[in-house]
Design a protein around this ligand. Structure first.
Ligand SMILES: [Zn+2]
Length: 271
């Protein structure tokens, strides 16, 4: 067996050895690189992003991003603990930052590193609209959708790079693309429709447990859709394709999300 074949064999073994279970859907998902390797990379990229961008501090909007983010994180912890996934968030280091950028965008990296762009605030409008977006983004992170955007070999490269002294530019680029950090529309990969649907459903549950009215989710996506006209496609829409099916789904799932939240003693939903 030559070296190349051996690498492939080892790679395949890793694939088989490291399937995770998605705690929200019960589905097995591929996790070629464990969190212990992905998270240091994510934390480094996040810090670098904050250094290179204008973080908004001390405003009511910046406070709102932190408040809503904390509530969504707490909801995720409660949900996971109640469903036998204690320790799932052990390596998470939640952080919620608002950056001054007109892009209609938001994302959450593995390990709970969240960025909301000021450009999305006119569409979210209030705390509840923001909870829809942040719940959805946190859901992508919890379900490890970013990892699944990369091929197995790319993931191994990133995994290997974390252990190396310097992370080269190519690896960085790949990582940023997979996790939606790129700011140019062309650079960003859309999530698959099935990942979008999954994130919508998980996000709805999280926002409801956090005390926000899940009925507002469909409203947010209606506003997002209305905003998508014209030549400039907002970034959030290019990576989160909006359609009527999504809006119909969110409406259909809303009561279920409220019923789930009641199990946690949440009976009032802020709209
Ligand atoms: Zn999404």
């Amino acid at each position: 067996m030559n070296f190349r074949n051996l690498s492939v064999a080892v790679g395949m073994l890793l694939v088989f050895l490291s399937c995770n279970q998605n705690p929200f859907t019960g589905k097995k998902t591929l996790a070629v690189v464990p969190n212990s390797q992905i998270l240091p990379m994510a934390f480094q990229q996040y810090d670098q992003f904050l250094q290179e961008n204008q973080v908004v501090t001390g405003t009511s909007e910046a406070r709102m991003v932190k408040d809503v983010g904390q509530k969504i994180a707490t909801a995720a912890e409660r949900y996971l603990n109640a469903n036998g996934y204690q320790g799932y968030l052990e390596d998470y280091r939640w952080e919620y930052n608002l950056v001054n950028d007109e892009a209609v965008n938001a994302w959450c990296m593995p390990g709970g590193k969240i960025v909301v762009y000021t450009g999305i605030l006119p569409i979210t409008q209030d705390e509840t609209g923001l909870a829809v977006v942040m719940g959805h983004e946190v859901a992508h992170a919890l379900a490890n959708h970013g990892q699944q955007r990369m091929s197995a070999s790319q993931l191994q490269q990133v995994g290997a790079a974390v252990g190396a002294v310097a992370v080269n530019e190519e690896n960085q680029q790949m990582f940023q693309t997979a996790y939606g950090l790129g700011t140019q529309v062309g650079v960003m990969l859309p999530f698959s429709r099935s990942h979008e649907t999954e994130a919508d459903k998980i996000g709805l549950t999280l926002m409801a447990i956090a005390g926000y009215d899940p009925d507002e989710a469909a409203e947010l996506w209606r506003r997002m859709k209305a905003n998508s006209g014209g030549s400039a496609q907002p970034e959030f829409l290019s990576t989160h394709p909006s359609n009527d099916t999504r809006i119909n789904n969110l409406e259909a799932w809303s009561d279920e999300a409220k019923a789930e939240a009641r199990k946690y003693g949440v009976t009032n939903f802020k709209s």
